[in-house]
Structure formats: structure tokens, C-alpha cells
Design a protein around this ligand. Sequence first.
Ligand code: PLP
Length: 400
Amino acid sequence: MTDLFTKFDPLIQQRADLLATGVTDPFSLVMEKVLSPTVAICNGRETILLGTYNYMGMTFDEDVIAAGKDALDKFGSGTTGSRVLNGTYQGHKEVEEALKDFYAMDHAMVFSTGYQANLGIISTIAGKGDYVILDIDSHASIYDGCKMGDAEIVAFRHNDVEALEKRLKRLPAEAGKLVVLEGVYSMLGDVAPLNEMVRIAKENGAMVLVDEAHSMGFIGEHGRGVAEAQGVINDVDFIIGTFSKSVGTVGGFCVSNHPKFEILRLVCRPYVFTASLPPSVVATAATSIRKLMHGSNKRAHLWENSKTLHKGLKDRGFTLGTDEPQSAIIAVIMPDLERGAAMWEALLEEGLYVNLARPPATPAGMTLLRCSLCAEHSSDQVGEILSRFERAGKRVGIIG
Ligand SMILES: Cc1ncc(COP(=O)(O)O)c(C=O)c1O
């Protein structure tokens, strides 16, 4: 018998080598208690959360929690069925209405996760003989959506407008084309030049899908994302999003103005062949989305937090993923995995949780400490975060 696990040996070795240095496993932390969107108890210690993507801090909003409890009481703990059979409840329709209102779009389709939304939409609309043209740094769910479909995949250099144009011009004029972009790229927290890219895609006869997972609720006048902020939302054919970040629960969606959009409910396998979200989840999501429509004060405070953290880290000598703050994600570049893991642990000992990201998930083989800010972080907490970074950075020798 060939052991099918042999292929994992290099990763098993890398993990063993890392743990042999005495570092805590950065990928098995337990949140023992969660006190608020910004504070939890980890390893018995009160810890500031700076790696949750809970951008708008909706997880502890009292209206959101009340809506979830009410739905749990009235509709039970789960639907036990697909959206196309017994799994469409009133709440699923209500959250789709909330999404249509939020984005001012004609159609909204809710999936059980954002991962499944990308998987389903990309694999279903781009078929045999079509092309998907995507940024090389696209999220795993975009790549997996491509793998699941039958279209040809063409990747272009990250955020490179000319490279996108060159790739498009080489494709047959009559072929179906889907350009897939993200508003904010989650590894470095940088924003795409959507205004130019959407124009080029349209000039070359392509449809455009934008994944706004990391911008919903925060970027753009109404929180609709980078496409709104850059004035091209009406030219985007499909927006993909998630409930697992600003909305503060779990789920995914696609919104669109395409007149034939509703047919996807019958042909999109990751929508049809899986159970729908529990009633409590869709109720919390609908309440959260409607509240995010009036979130401009929170957005302003989140921008302040992002600017303060970016400047503070830069002034203290850390190397960051972007020259300026572009989103609520700030990536701190580490020299290698060993020192990245040591810094991650030193921060945890200081009472600060960030995400450690390493290849292959990261661009250019980088090890990153990804910080994601929350609108509920107080200015005092951001000051405290900076002090903890400084102490840990000196201890590990990342800064002088
Ligand atoms: C850009 C992007 N798209 C999609 C997803 C998937 O979202 P979900 O957590 O809802 O599956 C993520 C989550 O990490 C993401 O970063």
C-alpha cells in the first residue's frame, strides 16, 4: 500500500522543526472566553484581538444577538436542508432583501460560506471554452472555484493593470471572459486599482466579478466596497462577499444586476447540494447588514485606528506591507518563519493576538503578522497595541 500521507512529509517536518524551537503552535490557539469584539481570554490571559477580521465589531451588537436568539426560539437550531428543498426560511429571504438594499442591486443569493460563494459562482458561470482572468494573489476560494469549473485560467501579476490588459488582448475576441478581482487583498491589505481594471475588462468584452470580502461595511460611501469608493460599482457584474468579517457571523453571498441571475439557484452546485444557513445565523446577518447601512461614524473611527497603527508601527521601525494605510488590514513583514513565529508568541505573551501567515498562502514567500483592526478598538487600545509591538519587537530583535 502506498501511504497517501507521504506527500505531507515536508510540511510535517517543517512543523516539527518549528515546534522544536520551543515556540507555541501558532495555528492551534484556543479562545477560552470572548469578552467583546476586541478582547478575549487566551492561555488564561486577557488578550487584545488584532486578527479577527471583525472590522465593524458586530459580533456583540445587542440587536444582532437579540435577532439571533429570537430566530433560534422561533425557527429552531437548523434547517436540515438545501435552499432548493426545505432549507429556504423567511430569514433567508430577509437577508437576501437586506443585501439587495445594502448594495442597491436587483439580485442577491446567499451561500453557506464566502468560500462556497466563490466556488459556486466562478465554476458555474465560466464553463468550457470560457476564460477566467485572475490576479495571481487571489484568495484560495477563487482558485478553487476555477479548478472546479471547466474554463481556461489566465493569471496576471498582482494589481498590474498593463498585465491584465495584455492578457485580455491575447484571448479570442468572441470567447466568454470573466475577470476576477478583489477589492482589498487580505495578505498585504492593499487595494486594487478597480477603476482602471474594470474599464479595461469592459473594453475587452469581459464580465467582472469583484470579491469585496475585506471591504464590505467599511470602504465606500455606503460601505459597499472598493468598487463603490472608486466609482465603478455599476460596471461590476458580480460582487462576492462574506458574513464572516464585517457582518460578524458566517455565510457568503453574490449580488448582481444581471437579468438572468436567478437561474443560478438551480445550476450552482455549491448552492444546491449543501444545507442552508441556520435561522439564527441569517437573522443575525440581516440585522447586522441593515445596521451597517448606518455605520458611517464607526467607519470614520476605523480609518483613524488604521492610520494610527500604520504610522505607529512604521515609526517604530517595522516593515509594513503597504507604504500608506489602504484598508483595515496592516501586514507586518517578518524576516523568516522562525522569527515570525517567535514574534507572534512574544506578542501573545504581551496579551496581543495577531494572525501569523506564511507561504504558500502569502505572496512572494513572505512571513507576515497580519493585523486587522476593528471599529470597536478604542484609541487607548491602539496605543496599547503599539507599546506591546515595541516591547515584543525589541525582545525578539525585529526592531533595534
Ligand atoms: C477574499 C476572500 N474571499 C472569500 C473568503 C471566504 O470567506 P468565508 O470565511 O465566508 O468562507 C475569504 C475569507 O478568508 C477571503 O479573504
